[in-house]
Design a protein around this ligand. Structure first.
Ligand code: NAP
Length: 540
């Protein structure tokens, strides 16, 4: 049986779909017409059906390749495009608009105009629209997850998890919109009344990375919109399709034109335009510490409010008294989620000497059992890295560590599946001075460090400029409190490897960032506090 579906993808999508395992049976039915329509065969045996991906994305209008400015889908003004690649195969899957400063300035103007009316809507109105957006994200969960796997590479199961997590921020924001309360303060003078109003900051520039193509957007845009702000989003050029699909759903939800704008392409130009504009009152950024510092410095010129979610160097501390199974399971999740490409991935696994060998062997066995492959293949737990540069970085960190005495007990080399795949790796005898302990590896390598005492563990864990995620495995309630309090980190997981949720505050200390996302605390980032004093209240 063969059904055809017209897609607006670029010509190379054909090859990409075929070789990314989306299409199991290569078929003579691939026809490219002058306007790049392609045919997708229905015949395949995977649980995620290629026909469904194509036809659902197409019919729900979720396949977008232009930027969104003032409610209109726009090409780059000079017609330039940029390719989006499937990291699993390295082939391009779409050509999207490659925008820069001019488009960004127009997006800012649209957001500025929209702010005038959006900020005056009632909390109930904003809440309803956000709820509708949440409903649509969940209704299109499967297609969005497939899109994430296609452009980011993570296993489909993880992509589905990301949709739940991402949509959760919109749902939470829709509820929290109604609870943006001010205060009445008892006045020190009898003829005065003192009020505190909370008001939206204004137009927000939101710059996001590729590793969570949807979640990093919704956890900024949800609270921003709930508070009455409007946004200009700049997703990573590596994963813009998910961002554009989410923006399309915001339109379908009825969120007014100009409230959500998306530009992508030339990152420095877009970043410069956002920073230079006095109409942008807030920059919220998730990404590398280096870029975050630039944005923070640039924002000083117009004194913008800034939130930064930057890189981490998470310690995962396993004490002798830990439950071995819980520690291995938790470490596996903390380390290997998204093939090690999250800011809260365990970067250094500190293991107490009494349990070190046992833990190393058990972790090795668990890591060995993970299937590596294309994110659409059944049972795959480890997908590709985002690009070959990421593979090279992991490889060089492992080489530097082994040249200084670390031992590879599993993996330690590129995977035969292709240039973006790396074998899940465990290395022992790592110390805290090796580069692998100083930098974010952002890949599937678990470096095991040995420590003697609780004090040693805390000292080593805190010996870094980063302070985002951290993990502790112990069966002692007293120790878990002591260590959690002593760790200089914004997040601590005790006997848990995955702790992020929309209802709790997420963010780092030291050079891992400023501000928090998620929870009631995440709302404050998009609000200004205004003090109003009513005087002469005793006069009739
Ligand atoms: P990145 O290179 O800093 O990129 C992040 C975003 O910034 C992308 O949209 C990128 O655009 C943009 N960008 C790059 N240069 C810019 C500039 N000069 N001006 C304005 N924007 C600019 O980081 P990444 O490699 O995508 O992401 C990985 C990093 O993000 C890791 O360090 C990870 O720990 C961190 N991260 C942190 C969190 C957190 O919550 N703390 C969460 C996820 C990731 P292009 O991609 O289009 O170039």
């Amino acid at each position: 049986m063969m059904t055809t579906v017209a897609l607006k993808f670029g010509r190379r999508m054909n090859t990409a779909l075929r070789s990314s395992n989306l299409l199991y049976r290569s078929s003579s039915s691939f026809l490219l017409s002058a306007n790049f329509l392609i045919q997708i065969p229905l015949t395949r045996k995977m649980s995620t059906d290629a026909h469904n991906i194509a036809s659902q994305l197409n019919s729900s209008g979720l396949l977008r390749t232009q930027g969104l400015i003032g409610g209109k889908w726009q090409d780059a003004y000079d017609g330039k495009t940029i390719k989006v690649y499937n990291p699993s195969t390295g082939e391009s899957i779409a050509d999207v608009a490659c925008m820069g400063g001019r488009e960004t300035n127009d997006a800012i103007s649209s957001a500025f105009d929209a702010f005038k009316s959006w900020s005056k809507t009632t909390a109930a109105e904003r809440s309803k629209l956000l709820r509708k957006w949440y409903d649509l994200l969940m209704a299109h969960k499967e297609e969005l997850a497939q899109l994430i796997t296609l452009e980011q590479g993570k296993p489909l199961k993880e992509s589905l998890g990301e949709i739940n997590y991402s949509a959760g921020f919109i749902e939470f924001a829709s509820e929290e919109a109604k609870r943006i309360y001010g205060d009445i303060i008892p006045a020190p003078q009898s003829d005065r009344r003192l009020f505190v109003l909370k008001q939206p900051v204004g137009v927000v520039g939101a710059i996001t990375p590729w590793n969570f193509p949807l979640a990093m957007i919704t956890r900024k845009v949800g609270p921003a919109l709930a508070c009455g702000c409007t946004v200009v989003i700049k997703p990573s050029e590596l994963t813009p399709l998910t961002a554009l699909a989410a923006a399309e759903l915001s339109i379908q939800a009825g969120i007014p034109a100009g409230v959500v704008n998306v530009v992508m392409g030339n990152a420095p130009d877009i970043g410069d335009a956002l920073i230079a504009s006095p109409q942008i009152r807030k920059i919220t950024f998730t990404g590398s510490t280096a870029v975050g510092k630039k944005l923070m410095a640039g924002s000083a010129e117009t004194v913008k409010k800034v939130s930064l979610e930057l890189g981490g160097n998470a310690p995962c501390i396993v004490f002798d008294d830990a439950d071995l199974d819980v520690a291995v399971k938790g470490t596996l999740a903390a380390k290997f989620r998204n093939s090690g490409q999250t800011c809260v991935c365990a970067n250094r696994i500190l293991v107490q000497e009494g349990i070190y060998d046992k833990f190393a062997n058990a972790l090795l066995e668990a890591v060995q059992s993970m299937k590596v492959g294309d994110g659409f293949s059944e049972g795959v737990a480890q997908g590709p890295l985002i690009n070959e540069a990421a593979v090279k970085k992991v490889d060089s960190l492992i080489h530097e560590a082994t040249s200084k005495g670390a031992k590879v007990i599993l993996g330690g080399k590129r995977h035969s599946l292709g240039s973006t795949f790396y074998e899940p790796t465990v290395i022992t005898d790592v110390d805290n001075d090796m580069l692998i302990s100083r930098q974010e590896a952002f890949g599937p390598v678990a470096p095991l460090l040995r420590f003697k005492t609780e004090e040693d563990a805390i000292r080593i864990a805190n010996d870094t400029n980063a302070g985002l995620g951290s993990y502790v495995f112990t069966n002692s309630i007293q120790r878990s409190w002591r260590v959690a309090e002593a760790l200089e980190y914004g997040l601590v997981g005790v006997n848990e490897g995955v702790i992020s949720t929309e209802v709790a505050p997420f963010g780092g200390v030291k050079q891992s960032g400023l501000g928090r996302e998620g929870s009631k605390y995440g709302m404050d980032e998009y609000l200004e506090i205004k003090y109003v004093c009513l005087g002469n209240m005793n006069k009739d």
